[in-house]
Design a protein around this ligand. Structure first.
Ligand SMILES: *[C@@H]1O[C@H](CO)[C@@H](O)[C@H](O)[C@H]1NC(C)=O
Length: 274
């Protein structure tokens, strides 16, 4: 199951929980779960089942058993365009109207969860959904930092995208320095790019397009490959990331794409035990 996306947003002390042994006390959270059955950010059918597959793993029950206060809001309605057949490209990007509307719904629903004083936990299978969640999170937390765990950088703009698929572009809409490059994509004009590139870090990169590499370097963004994780260990990488993005003092948004685990799943691992 490729490209299932799981979003998990923690405040700072939530992150430090990953270093706490299971028998130690954990900080219990109010969490709002939502499913984003989005699919048109890319061409393959099936990823819209992401929320059902992730819920089926028992993760919601697990978090509840641990003691968190969980409310599952179900799947977000994504609009009528999203039900319709795919339409032609606008400035060489596929299905922008449908994806823009769907991610707007996701953004609005994420705001609703935040207003209810819950940490949004979003399940999906198409990373274009991050346009919506990041728009909402950065409105609520203007100093937000982002840790993006993915084999791909998802930072293509209309100028660099090789495929025109929006699932490879979400960060280019929400990062302040990049949004204007996509200005011709007017369906996305509702997105407010509040996140400076300096607040965003990538972990687990394995397959980055040439234009994306140029963008990461030009903006001086923190980015670590699977090789870096092999070499330095995940704890070392996370500490460097937190230093780079001010993550010790800012609220943190974590976005994880399961393709960051592909090597483990298909068996020829590179020695990166979980
Ligand atoms: C999202 O919320 C804004 C502001 O309330 C509203 O104008 C817009 O129509 C909503 N869009 C969707 C797709 O829900």
């Amino acid at each position: 199951m490729r490209a299932i996306t799981l979003f998990l947003v923690f405040a700072l002390c939530g992150i430090s929980q990953s270093y706490v042994a299971p028998q130690e006390k954990i900080n219990l959270r109010r969490i709002g779960v939502q499913g984003a059955p989005i699919q048109k950010g890319q061409p393959r059918p099936g990823v819209e089942n992401g929320p059902a597959v992730i819920r089926g793993s028992g993760i919601v029950e697990f978090l509840r058993d641990v003691g968190h206060d969980i409310l599952d809001y179900g799947n977000v309605y994504l609009g009528e365009l999203f039900q319709a057949a795919s339409v032609g490209a606008l400035v060489d990007v596929n299905d922008p109207e449908a994806v823009a509307e769907a991610t707007h719904y996701i953004s609005n629903h994420t705001k609703l969860i935040l207003q209810a004083n819950r940490i949004p936990l979003t399940f999906g299978g198409d990373h274009a959904m991050a346009i919506g969640t990041l728009n909402a999170m950065s409105e609520r937390y203007p100093d937000l930092a982002v840790i993006y765990i993915d084999a791909h950088a998802d930072i293509n703009t209309v100028e660099t995208t090789p495929s025109g698929n929006l699932h490879g572009m979400p960060l280019s809409f929400v990062i302040n320095e990049l949004n204007a490059i996509n200005a011709n994509l007017t369906p996305f004009s509702w997105v407010v790019p509040r996140i400076p590139a300096a607040n965003v870090a990538h972990i687990a990169l394995r397959d980055v397009d040439i234009g994306e590499t140029e963008t990461l370097n030009r903006l001086g963004m923190a980015h670590y490959t699977m090789r870096d994780v092999d070499r330095l260990g995940i704890r070392g990488v996370v500490e460097m990331v937190l230093n780079r993005i001010g993550g010790w003092t800012r609220p943190i948004y974590v976005s994880m794409d399961i393709d960051s685990l592909d090597d483990l799943e298909i068996g020829h691992t590179t020695g990166t035990p979980g």
